[in-house]
Ligand binder design. Structure first.
Ligand code: HEC
Ligand code: HEC
Ligand code: HEC
Ligand code: HEC
Ligand code: HEC
Length: 320
């Protein structure tokens, strides 16, 4: 069914089918294994994501230590099906918390399984749901990615404020690559149990993938008199970085014609000083007269881990 969706803030009302109660066990198991029999490929993709490890994640577990009411935190890290109480903050389930954010967390409703197609199957009741069918809908993701809590920053709000949906963007469009394939297989034979469909990889892309981290930035360095100007543009769908414990750093190295380093400067983006959605920020550094090119080295820091270099670009000063 088509339903108008207005969900400006977490806690606002879902204007559409009302699914107030928890699922009545059409499928009913938190464990993703109950889906893996027939959706093995998707299950394999999901298993390696931070959603799958959202509860067992050591960083999360250590953040809970000493908290008086850690249950308050679990709602987004080990939730009951989000669509069963859509528009309200996710609630923690009563068992199997270590399974994290499972298939059921995103797909189960009181009536069965919700998805983008409404493909009938004897395996389970299926329905097309606006959370998946509305073009560019970000409400499912925003159920959890919209608040400032713990180290979490409100990326859903950034996305809305920058009006990126109006420009054809969506969380899924950037984080779940488009694929064409059959979506289920017979558990005994492995043969596809349906036509090929245009769907999405569940291997969530994130900043630990160098190429993906690099796609967040547009970097342009150019000489400007006795200065080097560096412009850093944000091409992600929200502020960068999106988590308090992370930062991005760019080193700008000026080199002479024989490759020797002449000068080195750096800029850092972190939670206190993020690059906002759709922002381009310019930095200027003194330029050495001997410099013929700059090298820009981007690295990503996550907590106490060693920095990961995700990008190296060279730009020649050929318009001197
Ligand atoms: C409204 C949903 C929600 C609630 C409630 C919530 N979190 Fe989270 N948490 C998230 C999301 C979403 C992320 C991922 C954010 C990102 O990567 O930008 C996250 C990530 C984290 C991380 C980072 C993990 C890492 O590997 O870096 C920690 C730590 C964390 N949360 C701790 C907490 C604590 C402590 C609480 C309770 C005070 C809490 N969370 C409550 C949604 C929530
Ligand atoms: C016995 C096999 C089987 C099991 C178990 C199973 N599915 Fe399915 N599922 C299917 C088949 C078959 C289809 C339809 C395939 C098609 O028509 O392309 C399907 C379709 C779907 C769809 C697409 C819905 C739509 O039409 O938009 C989703 C989402 C889905 N399943 C999720 C799940 C989840 C989550 C679980 C576990 C809670 C699960 N499935 C368990 C066989 C299964
Ligand atoms: C039930 C709550 C919930 C929902 C719904 C949800 N997320 Fe998350 N997401 C989280 C939490 C919690 C984490 C962090 C887990 C951790 O690292 O401890 C996370 C992590 C991520 C990350 C990982 C970033 C990294 O560091 O690699 C991405 C990307 C992401 N989510 C995107 C999405 C997208 C896209 C959607 C919608 C299709 C979505 N999320 C829906 C709770 C949720
Ligand atoms: C964080 C939320 C989230 C989780 C967790 C999740 N899915 Fe999905 N799933 C989605 C979204 C969003 C789409 C629709 C993508 C689109 O087409 O726009 C989708 C689509 C699907 C489809 C339809 C085919 C396709 O590729 O679009 C199937 C089948 C499916 N998921 C099964 C699963 C199974 C099985 C699991 C667990 C192993 C799972 N999903 C976990 C969000 C999720
Ligand atoms: C135009 C593409 C694009 C869109 C749209 C987009 N993202 Fe991202 N996202 C990225 C890129 C690139 C990164 C890597 C940079 C970073 O980590 O900040 C990223 C990072 C993240 C992270 C990790 C944050 C961190 O700093 O660790 C989360 C979580 C996330 N996105 C969730 C979402 C959600 C939820 C939405 C929708 C409200 C969304 N994204 C929309 C491209 C996009």
């Amino acid at each position: 069914m088509r339903a108008a969706v207005i969900l400006p803030l977490l806690g606002a009302l879902w204007v559409g089918p009302r699914l107030e109660e928890e699922p009545t066990a059409a499928v009913g198991k938190a464990a993703a294994e109950s889906c893996a029999d027939c959706h093995a490929v998707i299950h394999d993709e999901w298993r390696g994501t931070r959603h799958a490890s959202a509860f067992t994640d050591p960083v999360y577990q250590s953040a809970l230590r000493g908290l008086e009411a850690p249950e308050r935190c679990h709602g987004c890290h080990a939730p009951v099906p989000v669509l069963a109480r859509f528009g309200r903050p996710p609630r923690v389930r009563s068992e199997d918390l270590h399974h994290g954010i499972t298939c059921a967390s995103c797909h189960e409703t009181r009536r069965g399984i919700a998805g983008p197609f409404g493909a009938a199957t004897p395996a389970h009741a299926s329905e097309a749901h606006p959370a998946f069918t509305e073009k560019g809908s970000v409400h499912l993701c925003s159920s959890c990615h919209d608040l400032r809590i713990g180290p979490v920053l409100p990326l859903g709000r950034d996305f809305r404020d920058a009006e990126l949906a109006e420009r054809g963007k969506s969380c899924v469009g950037c984080h779940m690559p488009s694929v064409r394939r059959s979506i289920a297989a017979d558990p005994r034979t492995g043969a596809p149990t349906g036509p090929e469909r245009r769907g999405r990889s569940h291997a969530l892309r994130g900043p630990s993938e160098p190429e993906f981290a690099a796609s967040a930035f547009k970097l342009v360095a150019r000489p400007d008199g006795d200065r080097v100007e560096l412009a850093v543009g944000n091409r992600a769908g929200h502020r960068v970085p999106g988590l308090e414990t992370r930062s991005f750093r760019f080193e700008i190295v000026q080199r002479s014609s024989d490759g020797a380093e002449i000068a080195r400067d750096a800029v850092t983006f972190d939670a206190e000083n993020p690059l906002r959605a759709a922002e381009t920020r310019k930095f200027r550094f003194p330029k050495s007269s001997r410099a013929v090119r700059v090298e820009i080295v981007g690295s990503h820091v996550h907590g106490n881990a060693a920095p990961m270099i995700f990008q190296r670009v060279e730009q020649a000063f050929d318009d001197r």
